[in-house]
Design a protein around this ligand. Structure first.
Ligand SMILES: [Zn+2]
Ligand SMILES: [Zn+2]
Ligand SMILES: [Zn+2]
Length: 110
């Protein structure tokens, strides 16, 4: 586990800005909270590696609660804030990997 800002992030080789063993490019600085355990992971593969249960993405009914962490500044965003961010943190303007949006079925239950 690593603290990023005030948020605990779980996974494999989690770096100080939420890069992990699987996704470590310049822009891989987002972690997602999973509803099953209410823990943040850098990616769904990290959840699969270290959690002892199946992953459940963040449900639309809770989209008013923060569930996306910017690893660059430690700000937590709601899913709609993240989706509307144009792959850029609204707080610190760090670039997010737009490829994450191809995997949103792992992170969001819609
Ligand atoms: Zn979980
Ligand atoms: Zn990972
Ligand atoms: Zn940020």
């Amino acid at each position: 586990m690593r603290l990023v800002g005030e948020t605990a992030v779980y996974g494999l080789e989690v770096g100080p800005d939420t890069r992990c063993e699987h996704y470590r490019s310049e822009r891989d600085v987002v972690a997602f909270q999973f509803a099953c355990c209410e823990r943040y992971y850098p990616c769904f593969r990290c959840h699969a590696a270290v959690a002892d249960h199946d992953a459940v993405g963040w449900p639309e009914a809770r989209f008013d609660e923060p569930s996306v962490l910017c690893g660059a500044c430690g700000t937590t965003l709601t899913a709609p804030e993240y989706l509307d961010s144009d792959s850029r943190c609204p707080a610190c303007e760090a670039s997010f990997n737009p490829g994450c949006k191809d995997h949103l079925e792992h992170y969001l239950e819609r």
